[in-house]
Design a protein around this ligand. Structure first.
Ligand SMILES: C[S@@+](CC[C@H](N)C(=O)[O-])C[C@H]1O[C@@H](n2cnc3c(N)ncnc32)[C@H](O)[C@@H]1O
Length: 258
């Protein structure tokens, strides 16, 4: 690529630039390895823009079908909602009474609102779905429509990212805060990534290594959750190719009101 320059004036002195500048020669080309590293750094929160091209594209997502009895007719908060695919399906396929999706990536929240706009234009019932942009691991109390009490809070394929980007203490604090905002008798739905999966993420994104080395808690965080007052009421393994993760249902006991 060549950019042509010319003559311009600086403090009344004519300055003549070379006729052309070889721009590409001045920007060293990146190797595919370097490009890959940049890509992984840009997605260090799991904020992939095309997540549902490598995850199941079924509508509704099979994870939600399995969760039907937990979410139907309930106020549901979807933490780490990405581009809102599941968040919208909670309303369109499972009649959740209100749904809010939260993500820290502004581009993904914009994509989620665009998906809502398209759904509305097709006559789908998604008026009760909103999205909020903030970092739910470091924001308290939750903002906007995400504020208040919830019947169900979902953490699907997101805990690894907030854990790697923060610390054990932040994760423990989050579970504690979620216990406070889930109504007694309500649920926390957890799809934790396993420990080998953390290692793969760190290999791809070396800037996470320092935090990773300090982590002592391990998924699926059973002891931490039990100590926090949660009660494990259900759970199952899943065989989605490349995402063989368990789903665990934790309940805030009905007598857990404080
Ligand atoms: C791998 S995607 C999972 C999307 C969806 N939950 C699912 O399972 O299909 C994780 C999403 O969580 C978001 N995320 C990660 N850490 C977050 C945080 N601390 N606060 C808000 N969003 C976060 C990322 O931006 C990303 O969109």
């Amino acid at each position: 690529m060549y950019a042509s320059c010319g003559t311009w004036f600086y403090q009344n002195e004519a300055v003549t630039a070379p006729a052309t500048v070889d721009v590409e020669a001045k920007i060293p080309a990146l190797t595919s390895n370097q490009l890959n590293k940049l890509r992984h750094e840009a997605h260090r929160h799991g904020n992939y823009t095309s997540y549902y091209t490598f995850r199941s594209q079924s509508v509704p997502d099979p994870r939600l079908t399995q969760l039907q009895s937990f979410v139907q007719g309930r106020r549901t908060l979807d933490l780490g909602c990405n581009a809102g695919k599941l968040t919208l399906e909670l309303a369109t396929h499972f009649a959740a009474s209100q749904v809010v999706g939260v993500d820290l990536d502004a581009g993904l929240i914009a994509a989620a609102y665009e998906a809502k706009r398209v759904a509305l234009s097709e006559g789908q019932k998604v008026e009760n779905v909103t999205f909020e942009e903030f970092d739910f691991a470091n924001t308290w109390p939750f903002q906007g429509t995400a504020a208040g009490r919830w019947d169900v809070v979902m953490l699907l394929s997101v805990v690894k990212w907030l854990h790697l980007n923060n610390s054990d203490a932040v994760l423990v604090e989050l579970f504690k805060r979620l216990f406070e905002i889930v109504a007694p008798g309500g649920y926390l739905v957890l799809e934790p990534q396993d420990w080998p999966n953390y290692k793969r993420a760190v290999n791809k994104c070396p800037s996470l290594k320092e935090n990773f080395k300090k982590l002592e808690l391990r998924p699926p965080f059973t002891e931490t959750l039990l100590n926090g007052g949660w009660e494990e009421v259900d759970g199952w393994e899943r065989d989605e190719f490349g995402f063989e993760r368990s789903v665990r249902i934790w309940k805030r006991p009905a007598n857990g009101e404080q």
